[in-house]
Design a protein. Structure first.
Lengths: 342, 342
């Protein structure tokens, strides 16, 4: 079976999911929707992707030299599933239209959990999403937390998680968002939404998170404190994270001493758009105190980390693979996601 | 003839020149030198590049799993030419060693003009560098100014140039340089060194430049005011820049309204490390007042713009091509440098 996929919204996440779908042999990209004929639309068009646009904007596209394949409704009528990659909260407004077209749909982490049948992370709950109609891939920060916590939980048991999330202020292409000189509690009241969001995936975890926005654009960073069930050494944790998919350990000895180094590494290895799908962990930050209290720090590439999760979510919904690890392996091979480096 | 090239210094510029040499059929990369076994050295080693290191550091490399091919002197004894990509001012200290080995050498724009036989820009003075022994590829900012001024001069004549250079504070991987919240006249006294540096390439131009460092890392920007010999329209200038190599025009209508958009575009088209070898000009900034007074603004990708110039400089030194345009075309084809977009 080949699943016919359309993507509503072709921004930071949408364009990356489009590229990822083009690499799969069990999915076909029918088209994407754009509202404005900007360079991103031009690039998609020149690479042979079918562009759909709101009826009232089609003339603007044609004037910009982009032939439009049809309206957004036309696009939806050609699909088995729509990936909603519209801005935060807009997906909820589109859901009735997706329902009208009898479509299955994947929403992103900006939408509320109660919009869907299940919130999704490939490592934690792939099997629970089998055959579901409406699935939400949780946000970048929640995805990273889930991968880390799940790995710790299955290896050592987790009593509680206390985490601070230092968020990027804007994506690298954004020029009208801030802060540019402030640290912003986000929100001032605790907890941040990330803890409750993790519970949509791992319901029984005791977790409190707080978040701060910083004037950076390329990555988030998490500082995580976990009380484990078992007594462990740092090496035990390093072994467990090293074996887990979509988590990579990077040593300060090789120069990995900042999020900037992660990005430079991704540029040097030739990743398109320097995308880091994995959670890059500062290896030497992994520290155990009092026998079972673990600390660690890692980066989260907000533009890229959810891309493989969206691909796996499609496979779960259509039961293209019944075992999550099979889907993860397939996705990781096509996206050249690393299990270990170097 | 195939020229045996070694690169002394494998940082921002050195690693890019190495990649570019690997794409040429008339040059062979014999090896590169590194002082520390960081991830950049690991990547080069795992991609099959021969690594040379200072004798006293070889053990550190071996401990990091990197087999070293020899000392820096060993490297130099295997080459026809060395590309010096060491930090600013260090090249001058190495020159006697290059001379001792009977080598030709290319230095970067951080070195002084009187260190070499000729300062070089492929578009402006390729033929003058034919057969020379010591050549300096001028800095990123001077390279961009030269491409623009040369194109204007050959098309319309140039009476004088007055330019402001807004410089990036640090490269994206650098975490110990600033400013992070200030604008810094660079220097306070006028002119900045860029104007005199342009004259090492285009001696007869009347040019004054001033520079300011800003808290950005991905690109410089130039605001240039040129008094032309001829009366022109903006469209005349657009046509001339459009036809010139290594200059690209980008329209605000397609969303090109900041240096961030240039970078996002380069990421989207899949450029390794999002390298922009071309001078990306804000098309709508091109404005003519009083008949012959031109204004324009453009970005300069400081990490990448001099890479093709280094390749051309090798060809000039060994007279692999006697016509500069033949070398430019060959380099541009191999690096997939665009003459126009889309």
């Amino acid at each position: 079976m080949v699943v016919n996929v359309v993507i509503n919204g072709y921004g930071t996440i949408g364009k990356r999911i489009a590229d990822a779908i083009l690499l799969q042999d069990d999915m076909k990209l029918i088209g994407i929707s754009k509202t404005k004929p900007d360079f991103s639309a031009l690039l998609a068009y020149h690479s042979g992707i079918h562009i759909y646009a709101p009826k009232e904007n089609i003339e603007r596209f044609e004037n910009a030299g982009i032939s439009v394949a049809g309206s957004i409704e036309d696009m939806l009528s050609n699909a088995d599933i729509v990936i909603d990659a519209t801005p935060q909260g807009v997906g909820a407004k589109y859901k009735p239209l997706y329902e009208k077209h009898g479509l299955k749909a994947i929403f992103q982490g900006g939408e509320k959990a109660d919009l869907v049948d299940i919130s999704f992370n490939a490592l934690c709950n792939y099997e629970k999403a089998l055959g579901k109609r409406f699935v939400r891939v949780v946000s970048c920060n929640t995805t990273a937390l889930c991968r880390i916590i799940w790995t710790l939980k299955t290896n050592f048991g987790v009593k509680k998680v206390r985490a601070t999330i230092v968020r990027r202020g804007a994506d690298p292409h954004e020029i009208k968002k801030g802060p540019i000189e402030a640290l912003v509690p986000n929100p001032v009241t605790l907890p941040s939404h990330h803890g409750p969001d993790v519970k949509t995936i791992i319901p029984d975890v005791d977790i409190v998170t707080t978040a701060v926005v910083a004037p950076v654009s390329r990555m988030h960073m998490h500082i995580v404190n976990v009380e484990l069930e078992k007594t462990v050494t740092a090496d035990d944790v390093i072994d467990a994270l090293d074996k887990a998919p979509r988590i990579l350990l990077f040593s300060e000895k090789s120069g990995f001493n900042s999020t900037a180094a992660f990005i430079e590494w991704a540029r040097d290895i030739g990743r398109k758009r320097y995308d880091i799908y994995e959670v890059p962990v500062f290896k030497e930050s992994i520290t155990v105190v009092n026998g079972n209290e673990l600390w660690l720090m890692y980066g989260v590439h907000q533009e890229a980390i959810v891309v493989p999760e969206n691909i796996d979510a499609i496979r779960a919904i259509f039961e293209l693979e019944r075992d999550g690890f099979n889907s993860i392996n397939k996705t990781d091979n096509t996206l050249r996601i690393l299990r270990r480096w170097p």
